[in-house]
Design a protein around this ligand. Structure first.
Ligand code: TXA
Ligand code: MG
Length: 334
């Protein structure tokens, strides 16, 4: 695997040129976005896209997001560019929002998992934008982790999971957002949130001037390509079993630790007194701050080989929906 640091100004031009060359040749490049690291391949090359699925161990039924540099490029990949898509793109791109629209015939079925729609986004990270502008092609990119593992928020996370299969890794430092983009489906009559994220359902509804449906619990038809494979229960999970506490988690941590287990404990903000937690990680008590550090904390606890992870409860408000969604999936049984 080739490695370049974008934090070193002397490497940037060479790194982008080299990464673009690897992508053009059908290779895999891991790169930072404002959400998590992506594992990119040229979206117009079915063989290159298949390499993504092989590297991740990703089921072929799970479509990948296509990243583009411009609105015109996005519209060219859609059979239909609805007025709603234009509104949301104008409001939130570049940024952590994926818009699902009917796919244009030029989009390979490998990208869409055989389905009639394609998910598109212009990422807000300067390195991702620079790469997309340099390569001049739409880039298919899921998160740069093995399927059903935790998304990577640092280059080290990517290397730990995929060093053998990625051709080139661009290190842009920790990703600021920390959780994956919001996904909204605009291919049907009603706008529907498929995956909550830092662009909230309320922000989308306000930009559209109409409600946005959210039906995480709705049963997906198992035969059709899943509209949101991110809705599969266990999708963001650490290696150690993770439980969500109803309170700050202190009592449960003490109980597990007393039974001899090595316990990781994630708390939302400071907790009153010090406890017997083997390894406590205090996350910020605001939803953006918590999201930014959640996956890094889970990666750390996995690396420390804890037996269990206990997560103290987080607030119930709408602005915490994306965090609660990721925690719920991380806690889902295999
Ligand atoms: O923030 C992100 O979205 C990151 C960065 C790299 O851009 N990417 C990411 O990709 O999280 P991935 O593959 O881990 O998650 C993609 C999600 C899937 O869970 C799926 O629900 C949705 O995007 N998706 C992609 N194409 C879709 C489509 N045509 N219809 C419905 N959902 C789609
Ligand atoms: Mg993923």
């Amino acid at each position: 695997m080739e490695f370049y640091s974008l934090l070193d100004p002397q490497q940037v031009i060479e790194a982008l040129a080299r990464a673009a060359a690897v992508l053009r040749a059908g290779g895999l490049v891991a790169f930072p976005t404002e959400t998590v690291y992506g594992l990119g391949a040229r979206a117009d090359d079915p063989l290159a896209v298949r390499r993504i699925f092989a590297a991740k161990g990703r089921p072929a039924t799970n479509p990948v997001i296509v990243h583009v540099a411009t609105m015109a490029q996005a519209a060219s990949l859609a059979a239909l560019w609805p007025a709603r898509a234009e509104k949301l793109a104008q409001s939130f791109w570049p940024g952590p929002l994926t818009i699902v629209v009917p796919r244009a015939p030029c989009v390979p079925l490998e990208v869409t998992a055989g389905g009639p729609t394609v998910g598109l986004r212009i990422p807000g990270h300067p390195a991702a934008l620079a790469l997309l502008n340099t390569v001049g092609l739409p880039i298919a990119a899921p998160s740069a982790n093995r399927a059903s593992g935790i998304s990577p928020t640092t280059a080290a996370h990517v290397a730990a999971g995929l060093a053998d299969t990625v051709d080139l890794l661009l290190d842009g430092g920790p990703t600021p957002g920390g959780i994956e983009s919001t996904v909204i489906d605009l291919a049907d009559d009603c706008p529907r949130l498929l995956r909550p994220g830092l662009i909230t359902r309320e922000m989308l509804a306000s930009a559209l001037g109409e409600p946005v449906e959210w039906s995480a619990d709705r049963e997906e038809s198992p035969s059709a390509p899943a509209r949101a494979p991110g809705q599969q229960a266990r999708h963001y999970a650490p290696r150690a079993p993770l439980e969500l506490a109803d309170d700050d988690g202190a009592a449960r941590v003490a109980e597990l630790a007393h039974s001899g287990l090595c316990v990781g404990w994630l708390t939302c903000g400071p907790v009153g007194s010090s406890h017997v937690a083997t390894l406590q990680v205090e996350l910020p008590a605001d939803p953006e701050g918590y999201a930014a550090r959640l996956y890094a904390a889970l990666h750390t606890l996995d690396a420390r080989n804890v037996d269990r992870i206990v997560v103290g409860s987080v607030p119930g408000g709408a602005d915490w929906l994306a965090v609660r969604n990721r925690l719920g999936r991380a806690a889902a049984p295999e």
